[in-house]
Design a protein around this ligand. Structure first.
Ligand code: F6R
Length: 612
């Protein structure tokens, strides 16, 4: 949440900052600001409420602000409403310290009161201003060394943060620090960059450093020095980013979400190919051995939002293929439960960003209990990727649209492959079945492609849902898991109230909400459960519901029951979720744009949820 960019080099900083921030707007977009300076000249701070384009207009796309060193921020409000005053950068009253911040400082109230007693006053309601003034306080009280002042402030503040700080006395340096919020540093040909995420700097460099928790960095032109919390210099390896720059651009599509929906066949294929070789799954990169898989008898899948929905779907697959016990948990609940975890278990955390605060905390809780952990993660070098014992990287590439599509689909296939490998390693399926299942998984990309070709039918139906206020998604088993995802997609980008129910639950309460014209979307791909779900569809239809169905070609004839039926190609029902979700993604997308909403940046949301 919130995006940070910093730059020091020989070019004008403001256009670089605005360009970088435009790639990070998915992280927050209620206000934005930049601070720029040239050598010893005064620092200019420009900030405003609203999306980045407001700031771009105010500064003539950065051209009106002169200077080769600067920091910038796009905000997702936590402390204090979205406003120009609360927008970052924040500054000490004398301009000695200027900073931008991503994350939450939990004890900001206590620190603020202490600073007020020491004579500081505050203009904004933000926790960031407290951090700025705390650093200023330590800087002036002690050695006037930036690294030391930041380190002293870091040991006093609790919470998660990524900070970018400029000091008046050090005009050719930018200082950064982080704890539990993402930040990367890039260098190239005498220029240095810092950002919350790779897409912000990908255009300029692929050479990045990952700054660790409770570490500080000093950026100079083309050079970076790292320090630990004791202000001692430390070494960090330089890593090369493999993503290509185009993957973080819209590439001719009107929106990132549509582009990412259409990238799914490729990225699903890439994710499969990353572990499948010569008709066999190889987990050498994941570093999970067959012996370890044999030794595990319980699996916990822990995640948030759509990644949690992946867990719900994968649970059914693991249970079908193996005798393992599986529990799926919301990370925000799991982390506070008093659960004694089975010592022979594996905790699988699923996260696109690898930075979701609750998922990261759940991972740490599992590790504290001595439990083996595996991360299914998209962002290389993210906190979860670094801290999990084993990592299965999804190869979705940068996902910019706030609503996940391609990362979700890659997580699903990663889950299938994991389930399949568990079954094989534990001798719970024979070779023939293993090969047949793997072949089916291999057909997913091409089948997704076929569904995408039929997008115009979905677009037509979406146009009928523009004025709908309530909707329900129903299904059983894996179809229920896919309904959960379809429902989240629709509500988060079209603001239509939507709920997902296990179809069998309707009669236990929700059916009383069905009235003339209520939209019910049924997912019907699971052979063994089809008749039951169809009965539930008929029940809601007879109470006035309008039905859409997503089902498998040639298996069930639902035209008589549903007013709109979307067919997906045949596949083993265990993997049908990967196909059934595609029309639901398209439906949400077209409803949202039909309503004129900013589909890539839905209100109140941010892509990477680094606060609780
Ligand atoms: C919904 C969506 C979110 C994320 C959730 C977890 O479209 O994208 O529900 O799935 O915030 O994020 P990650 O996967 O980054 O941990």
């Amino acid at each position: 949440m919130c995006g940070i960019v910093g730059y020091i080099g020989s070019n004008q900083a403001a256009p670089v900052l605005l360009d970088g921030l435009s790639k990070l707007e998915y992280r927050g977009y209620d206000s934005a600001g930049i601070a720029v300076r040239d050598g010893g000249s005064a620092t200019e701070i420009i900030k405003e409420k609203g999306k980045l384009r407001v700031l771009a207009e105010m500064t003539d796309n950065g051209k009106a602000v002169k200077g080769t060193c600067g920091i910038g921020h796009t905000r997702w409000a936590t402390h204090g409403e979205p406003s120009a005053v609360n927008a970052h950068p924040h500054s000490s009253d004398d301009g000695n310290v200027i900073a931008v911040h991503n994350g939450i400082i939990e004890n900001f109230q206590e620190q603020r009161e202490k600073l007020i007693k020491k004579g500081y006053s505050f203009k904004s309601q933000t926790d960031t201003e407290v951090a700025v003034k705390l650093i200023d306080y330590y800087y002036k009280k002690y050695s006037q060394l930036p690294v030391e002042a930041i380190a002293r402030a870091m040991v006093r503040i609790r919470g998660s943060y990524a900070l970018c700080v400029m000091f008046k006395d050090y005009p050719d340096q930018i200082f950064c620090a982080r704890k539990d919020s993402p930040m990367i540093i890039g260098i190239q040909n005498g220029e240095s960059y810092v950002a919350s995420d790779v897409p912000a700097i990908l255009k300029y460099t692929r050479n990045v450093y990952y700054i660790g928790n409770m570490e500080i960095a000093k950026l100079e032109r083309g050079n970076v020095t790292f320090y630990n919390i004791d202000s001692e210099e430390i070494e960090k390896p330089l890593t090369e980013i493999k993503w290509d720059a185009e993957s973080a651009e819209k590439g001719g599509y009107e929106h990132f979400m549509l582009k990412e929906i259409f990238e799914q066949p490729k990225v699903i294929r890439d994710t499969i190919n990353s572990v499948v070789n010569n008709g066999t799954v190889h987990f050498s990169e994941v570093q999970l051995t067959d012996e370890e898989m044999q030794d595990i008898n319980q699996v916990y899948i822990v995640a948030c939002g759509s990644a949690y929905h992946v867990g719900v779907a994968v649970q059914y697959v693991i249970e079908e293929l193996t005798s393992l016990q599986v529990r799926v948990e919301l990370a925000s609940e799991f982390r506070y439960r008093k659960m004694t975890l089975n010592p022979k278990s594996l905790v699988i955390v699923i996260s696109q960003s690898g930075e979701t605060a609750d998922t990261l905390a759940a991972l740490r809780e599992a590790k504290d209990q001595g439990i083996k952990t595996l991360g299914i993660v998209n962002v290389v070098g993210s906190s979860i990727a670094r801290e999990a014992d084993n990592v299965f990287y999804t190869l979705a590439g940068p996902e910019i649209s706030v609503a996940t599509t391609k990362a979700y689909s890659c997580q699903l296939v990663a889950g299938y492959l994991l389930a399949l490998q568990f079954a094989k390693a534990r001798n719970e399926i024979d070779d023939e079945k293993y090969q047949a299942l793997l072949e089916d998984i291999n057909t997913i990309p091409e089948k997704v492609d076929r569904i995408l070709e039929d997008r115009e039918r979905v677009q037509w139906y979406a146009s009928k849902l523009i004025n709908v206020s309530d909707s329900f998604f129903i299904g059983r088993g894996i179809d229920y898991a896919i309904g959960m995802e379809g429902s989240l997609k629709l509500k988060e980008i079209s603001y239509i109230h939507s709920e997902a129910y296990a179809a069998g639950e309707l009669k236990h309460g929700p059916i009383s909400l069905i009235e003339e014209g209520t939209i019910v979307i049924a997912v019907v791909t699971q052979d063994a459960l089809t008749e039951k779900t169809i009965s539930n569809m008929v029940e809601v239809k007879s109470r006035g519901a309008k039905l859409m169905a997503v089902t498998t070609t040639g298996k069930y004839f639902l035209e008589d029951t549903a007013e709109f039926t979307c067919y997906v190609p045949k596949i083993n029902p265990l993997f049908a979720g990967s196909l059934a979700v595609i029309p639901l993604q398209l439906l949400s997308y077209y409803v949202s744009i039909g309503k004129g909403f900013d589909v890539d940046k839905p209100r109140n949301l941010a892509k990477s949820v680094t606060v609780e």
